[in-house]
Design a protein around this ligand. Sequence first.
Ligand code: SAM
Length: 225
Amino acid sequence: MKKKQFLITEDGSHTLYLPDLDETYHSIHGAIQESNYVFIERGLNYFAEKENVEKLRIFEVGFGTGLNTLLSAIYAEKHQLFLQYESIEPFPLEKDEIQKLNYPIITDWLFSDDLFQNIHNSSWNEWIGISTYFQLRKVKAKIQDYEGSGMFDVCYFDAFAPSKQPEMWNSEILEKFFLLLNHKGIFVTYCAKGQLKRDLKSIGFEVETLPGPPGKMQMVRAIKP
Ligand SMILES: C[S@@+](CC[C@H](N)C(=O)[O-])C[C@H]1O[C@@H](n2cnc3c(N)ncnc32)[C@H](O)[C@@H]1O
């Protein structure tokens, strides 16, 4: 397996490039920008404002660099919203790769570095209190083998692109999200392929196509009625 490469994306934040898959972990148009737009604004913030809740539960596929996790933790602290966040990842990064990522220094929150270190130093497969408002459970497994039954309010689907990892985008996996979500729960992803939308609809989701982040035309948000 060839070594991962660090790239600087258009907003100055890092992403990783996997030569074997010819794929990056985030958009080259801006890793932080994309994560903030797709997952935080269109997912977490949308749900929190619509349902006016004081606590909520998020499920993410896959944990990767921990960027979505960090941005969600920052959101929780800023908004004083209790978040329980479960994230699944079969291929964790090495410690030296994590330490090189520039997210803690370019996110606009005084305690980003503490959050980022706590997120990455936390044990796998158990619930850990990361900060006042943020609890995390990182699950070291493939989504295909995941049998969790927690009821979640928001699912972030952040797999590699369907062209690179098609097995992640099949109906069997999409059905897991439907089962994991509460009534009115939402699923968000950066992808807006027609097949994905058709599959989500046939599973029972109400599907919305939204404008995408810079560099992408569209994204998808699906609601469990
Ligand atoms: C697009 S990257 C995720 C980026 C991540 N959300 C972040 O904030 O850095 C896709 C991730 O899915 C993980 N992955 C690959 N196969 C998987 C599987 N079968 N189940 C769960 N995650 C998987 C990869 O290792 C990678 O970390």
